[in-house]
Design a protein around this ligand. Structure first.
Ligand SMILES: [Zn+2]
Length: 297
């Protein structure tokens, strides 16, 4: 599969100017680390992300626009390759990371993870050397009406390094709350995810889907899964105009996207930490989930 994806990138970079521009834009993007506590977050200045950062994703705005993941509405140059029976891989023309892919379901159907977590694990297994992410419909997905994942190269994936060798479900003193799972057994991981999903929905009173971002990858016959329970979509600083940021899974994995140069120059470790804390679920609710997960073992 990796080779087919490489060939898709080669063909599409030649045939599709929007993608070629996006890849050039990413090559020019400035990245700088900020140190927070014991880990780094990489601030990445990508001007071409501005539309996505500011995107209106309320149901009314979504209903008014043509779905950009439906085959009928794709630009004529855009080409995809099949992944299993249900999904198609496309090159993302507004990349945040190297080899940024969008992996869309063939059908126009709502962004919902509950029955699709196994599919996410399968995609990660088909794309070793990539990470795969899911952004919930109210947690950063710019197409909340069309089921999709994204994927990208693990060349820079700060959370992978930060959490390697850690045991336990919680990552301590990490500013953002995240639940960490490892495992070889697909069915077992799906069961553990379902339990977390149900607890989150119950504790946050949010059905059919709690606010959530997920990242996963496959390494040495094992899946590594990060579940970010969210408190809200965008931070206060976004609405006050202080910072133009709209964190989703990639930001929570440690690549913090800022489309505006002034934010890139001035954003501080404290500001990043504050955004992480504000958009992920508070400690007391996360501890309750962890306690209830452990009491069931
Ligand atoms: Zn669609």
């Amino acid at each position: 599969m990796i080779r087919e994806v490489e060939e898709l990138f080669e063909r599409q970079t030649r045939a599709w100017p929007l993608l070629a521009n996006g890849i050039e834009g990413l090559a020019r993007a400035k990245t700088r680390p900020v140190r927070i506590d014991w880990f780094d977050v990489w601030i990445r200045h990508i001007p071409h992300r501005i539309a996505s950062t500011n995107a209106r994703v309320d149901p009314e705005s979504i209903a008014k626009r043509a779905c950009f993941l439906c085959p009928a509405n794709l630009p004529s140059e855009e080409e995809g390759i099949s992944l299993g029976e249900d999904f198609t891989i496309y090159c993302n023309p507004f990349p945040i990371v190297d080899r940024h892919l969008t992996i869309a379901h063939r059908e126009h159907r709502a962004q919902r993870i509950e029955t699709q977590f196994g599919a996410m694990l399968d995609i990660a297994a088909a794309l070793p050397s990539y990470f795969v992410i899911y952004n919930g419909p109210e947690s950063g997905a710019s197409a909340p009406d069309h089921l999709h994942f994204q994927a990208g190269s693990r060349k820079l994936l700060p959370i992978e390094k930060d959490t390697s060798g850690l045991a336990g479900v919680l990552v301590r003193n990490y500013c953002r709350n995240v639940l960490l799972f490892h495992g070889h057994e697909r069915t077992d991981l799906i069961g553990r995810f379902q339990r977390v999903f149900d607890l989150l929905a119950e504790i946050t009173h949010k059905r059919p889907e709690p606010l959530i971002n997920i990242a996963c990858f496959r390494q040495a016959d094992e899946w590594v899964v990060y579940v970010f329970p969210r408190a809200k979509h965008r931070p206060r600083a976004f609405y006050t105009g202080e910072l133009t940021v709209s964190p989703a899974a990639i930001d929570l994995c440690g690549i913090f996207v800022v489309p505006l140069e002034r934010d890139f120059e001035r954003i501080s470790a404290d500001a990043v930490e504050a955004v992480y804390r504000e958009v992920t679920l508070p400690d007391d609710q996360v501890l309750e989930i962890v306690q209830r997960l452990e009491s069931k073992r």
